[in-house]
Structure formats: C-alpha cells, structure tokens
Ligand binder design. Structure first.
Ligand code: MTE
Ligand code: MO
Length: 543
C-alpha cells in the first residue's frame, strides 16, 4: 500500500511541476512550456525512419501522438521518482531536478528560444519537489506508540499527540527534510489524501490557468480583424461545371475547405505572428535587401489571386496529403527582382519564425508563373496553422522545398553554402511534383450492389497539367475517364468513369498522364527521397 501511495505521490508531484511550468509559460510564451519544448526537441532529434513511421501511421495526428508519448514517459519517470522517495527523499528531489534539467535544455536550445524560456522548467520542478516532500511525509510519519497499558513495566511514557493543525508550513518542511529513512513508519492516510487533494487542486489550477494565460499569445483575434487587399489580378473565372463532386458523391471537391486543408509541419505549438509587427526580411545575395511589413505587402499594386493545388512529398500512393485553395499574394519574382537578386544564388533559404528552414530553387522562384508570397486562402487570411500571416508557394514543387509557412526571412544563398532542414535529413534538394492519381470512390474494400457505379477521383501534375486519366478494372484494358474542365495547369483535375460492375470481387487501378506526355510509372517507390511512385489500386466487392 505504502508503495502504491508513494508512486501516486510521484505522479502528483510531477502534475504540480507541469502545472506550475504551464503557468510560468503563460507569462513567458508557449514555446517555453517544457512539454512543448521536449516534444519539439524530440521532433528535431527523431531519426528519419521513425518520423516516416509516424507520418505513415499517425498521419496528421503525429503531433498528438508525440505529445501523448512525452506524457507517458513523464508519468513513468514520476512513478519511479515516487517509489525512490520512499527510501530517499533526496534521491526523489534529485529525480525532479534531472526532469527539470531536461526541460531547461530542451527549451533553451530551441532555435527561437532564449535563456528565459528555461524558467518554467526551473520553477515547475522546484514547486514539484516541495509537493513531493509534503506527499511523502505522511507515508513515513514517525509511528505513534500504541497506548501503553497503565502501570505495565517498561511502557514508554505516551508522547504528546502531534498537532498538524497548528504546524506552520516551514516547520513541516523542516521536519520533512530532517526525518531520516528509519524503519517502522506509520502510514498517515488521512494526511496523505488531504495533501493529495491540495496537490491535484494546485496542478489543475496552475495548469489550467497557464493554458488560459497562453491564449493571450494567440493571434486568432488579429487574424479575424484583418481585411485582405483586393487583388489587381483576380483568378480567372471557373469554367462551367468545373466541380464534378456536386454530381458525384464521395469525390474530392475541386476546392478544399480551409478547415479540411491537409497540414504537415514540425510545429507543436503553431507560431503566432502578430500582423501589426510582422516583418519579412530579405538578406544574403541581394544588391539592396529590404524588409517588408504586412502593410507593405497588402498595399502593393501587383497583388494576384490564383488557384493552386499544394502537395506533400510524404504523400503515399493513394494518400490524401494534397489540397487546393484560391490563394492571394504577391508574385515572388517581383519581390526578388526589386531587391536585386544576384545571379550567383541558386537556393533561397526561407526561414520561419519557429526556426524551420525550407530551401527553394531560386530558378523556380523567379521563373515559375504564379510563384508567390501568399497571405490569403479561399477569401480569408491564411489559417494560423497554414502559415499566417505569410507563406511561400511555388506551383510544381512539393511543399517541403517551396511552401515555407510563417515566413519571416528569405536569404538568397547557394546549395553549397547551406543545408536546410530536410536536405540535412537526406530528402532531395530539388523535388518537382510527380504526376499522380487517386481513386476516391468507391471506397477501398467497400461493398455495394452490382450495377452501374461511378468510379472517381483526382489527379495532379502541377505546372504540366493533366492530359488524361485511365482506369483499369480487373486487369482489363485502361479506359479513359471523363476529366473535369481544366482550370489551370497548377490545379488538380477530377475524373469520373461510370462502370457496370458484375457481382463479385473487383480491383480498380488508375493512372494519369501529364501535359508533357509522361504517364505514371507502375514502379512502386516510397516517398523518400523525392516522392512516391506507383499506381493506386483498390479492391471492392459487389453483391
Ligand atoms: N515553417 C514551416 N513551413 C513548412 C513546413 C514546416 O514544417 N514548417 N512543412 C512544409 C511541408 S513538408 C509541406 S507539405 C507544406 C504543407 O503546408 P500545409 O500544412 O499548409 O498544407 O508546408 C511546408 N512548409
Ligand atoms: Mo511535405
């Protein structure tokens, strides 16, 4: 029993430590929270195979799983600290100190953090240590002697009853620190549970209060107040019947709702950049580099609006890491040229406020039509998760080499001079999007009545466009599908093929050909290093 309670004491002490740390983080900034900092550090230190595994198995929940993992590790260590404290309180306190040290180390080494960000990991464990001592004390209270039989020989004189009520906190603390680890302690359950109650309360109040305080760093309000400029070059009108999903249930809509837009990044806490103090700095190989405020960008007369599909290199065959939006922004070429970009630069090192570096080929930034610094997404400012207030977009390149979110700096540089985040992790330095197609409906492994059913999905090959999509059922001939009208070559196209299914089991395979005449290869390749290949095949059963 004593051991169970001791383990619980460790857990509660850790909860108090984390709660207090969140409270301090509420005063300093979200990225100083030890859980966030440790999770962030874990992302940076995680080997690529594990990261691939996480993206593959947890997809966009990878960060939830990661933070959950951090909590599980903390909980296990806390249980151990509690148990150890039963034998040596000093060891227990030292355990918490180590805990804090890891937090401090993680917090101060984050690229955008400073020394102050270590504070939550100092204060939290300190208060946690005090909580631990108070929680362990009732488990090792000096034994009150059994009432002596009056007059019996050798009976000890009864000790004065202990009066917890009027003991001051300092007295208790001194007592707790002073008491050695002698055998034969009593278990003061009542006092333990009272202290536990206080600890739970403290953890909830400080943790909850901290999270509330951290909300003041949110820029959701500023974002809502922001009015986007009217583009001088609006997106061309959509052709009639542009979106086939209105008549084909289960088909991906032509434009993705902002809230459904796929998300891939390494940020555990989404960077919160205030639009009023936002600055985009240009540096490196420019003749006259300058800095732009958001206002500077909004007030320009070259604001464009374009429909572009964005894709992730980590997308597997059949995967859903691609989405489409109508973007508003400023042509990247104009910004680069008005600052006198030098011809020797072959890589733009794009930096985000959270220290991410994305390397974009200077060539593409200058020459791909509609490459832009985007600030609008489907008629709204960018969602905070998608890079508010400014991100980069270069049609035809996977997001990890073109789409830096929370963009604060563009350094004109070279591939020789600098290895960005993903290239340092062995992804290709330059990665044009491969032609790709996916079956959306019927659902894989679905069962439905035999007869005529629409097979449908999407296909993309940004900058080259999709020329044709063909569908093969049960190993037969590839049959051309109907395509949605081409909006532009940077947008995916929906495809539909009505098919008469006989009862039984069927396999459906799709392949696309891009505007250059390249057809998807049947060779299966993993996403690493420059994008998956292979045809999407699904199985269905008709009855
Ligand atoms: N700052 C920052 N920008 C980033 C990333 C990131 O981790 N951090 N991930 C990139 C990757 S891999 C992709 S695919 C796109 C995804 O953009 P989205 O989340 O808006 O869909 O953002 C890119 N920009
Ligand atoms: Mo990506």
């Amino acid at each position: 029993m004593r051991r169970v309670l001791a383990a619980l004491a460790g857990l509660l002490a850790a909860a108090v430590a984390l709660g207090v740390a969140e409270l301090v983080a509420g005063l300093i900034g979200r990225a100083s929270s030890p859980v966030v900092a440790v999770g962030d550090a874990a992302i940076t230190l995680t080997p690529e195979w594990a990261k691939d595994f996480a993206i593959r198995n947890f997809g966009e929940n990878d960060k939830i799983v990661l933070v959950g993992g951090v909590f599980v590790v903390i909980a296990l260590l806390a249980l151990a600290i509690g148990l150890v404290s039963l034998r040596s309180r000093l060891a227990g306190v030292l355990g918490l100190v180590v805990f804090g040290a890891v937090g401090v180390l993680a917090a101060v080494t984050r690229p955008v953090n400073g020394l102050l960000d270590g504070l939550p990991s100092v204060v939290g464990p300190l208060v946690g240590a005090v909580a631990l001592l108070f929680l362990i004390a009732p488990l090792v209270a000096p034994r009150t002697p059994a009432p002596a039989t009056p007059g019996a020989p050798g009976a000890a004189a009864p000790e004065a009853p202990r009066k917890h009520a009027d003991e001051t906190v300092m007295e208790q603390l001194r007592e707790v620190l002073a008491s050695g680890d002698r055998k034969g302690f009593a278990l003061d359950r009542r006092r333990f549970f009272l202290t536990s109650g206080v600890a739970v309360g403290a953890a909830v109040v400080t943790g909850g209060g901290g999270r509330l305080l951290q909300r003041r760093f949110s820029v959701a309000g500023d974002r809502a107040d922001l009015a986007l400029p009217t583009p001088s070059s609006a997106a061309p009108a959509l052709p009639a019947g542009a979106d086939l999903s209105t008549s084909t249930p289960g088909l991906t809509p032509l434009f993705t709702k902002n809230s459904d837009f796929y998300r891939v990044d390494t940020a555990i806490t989404v960077p919160q950049l205030s639009p009023s103090s936002y600055e985009l700095t240009l540096r490196g190989m420019f003749d006259s580099p300058r800095t732009y405020s958001l206002q500077d960008l909004f007030e320009r007369d070259d604001v464009i609006e374009r429909d572009i599909t964005l894709t992730c290199v980590s997308n597997e065959v059949g995967g859903t890491l691609a989405s489409t939006a109508r973007w508003i922004g400023v042509p990247l070429k104009n910004i680069l040229e008005e600052n006198g970009i030098q011809s020797g630069s072959d890589q733009l090192v794009c930096r985000s406020s959270d220290g991410m570096t994305i390397g974009t080929p200077t060539e593409s930034a200058l020459n791909v039509p509609d490459a832009m610094l985007a600030f609008g997404m489907n008629g709204e400012p960018l969602l905070v998760e998608h890079g508010f207030p400014v991100r980069m977009l270069v049609p035809g390149l996977y997001g990890y080499v073109s789409a830096c979110k929370w963009l604060t700096e563009i350094e004109a540089s070279t591939y020789d001079a600098f290895d960005v985040y993903w290239t340092a992790r062995d992804w290709a330095t330059d990665a044009p999007i491969k032609v790709f197609s996916r079956v959306d409906t019927p659902a894989p492994l679905g069962r439905f009545p035999a007869g005529r059913v629409a097979i449908a999905g999407v296909a993309w090959a940004q900058t080259r466009g999709i020329a044709s999509v063909e569908v093969q059922v049960d190993g037969g001939a590839f049959t051309p599908a109907q395509l949605s009208p081409e909006v532009n070559s940077d947008l995916w196209r929906q495809w539909v093929l009505p098919y008469d299914f006989a009862p039984g089991q069927h396999s459906i395979t799709v392949r696309a050909t891009d505007g250059d005449g390249t057809t998807q290869t049947t060779d299966r390749a993993r996403p690493k290093p420059n994008g998956a290949t292979g045809l999407h095949t699904i199985q269905v059963i008709t009855t």
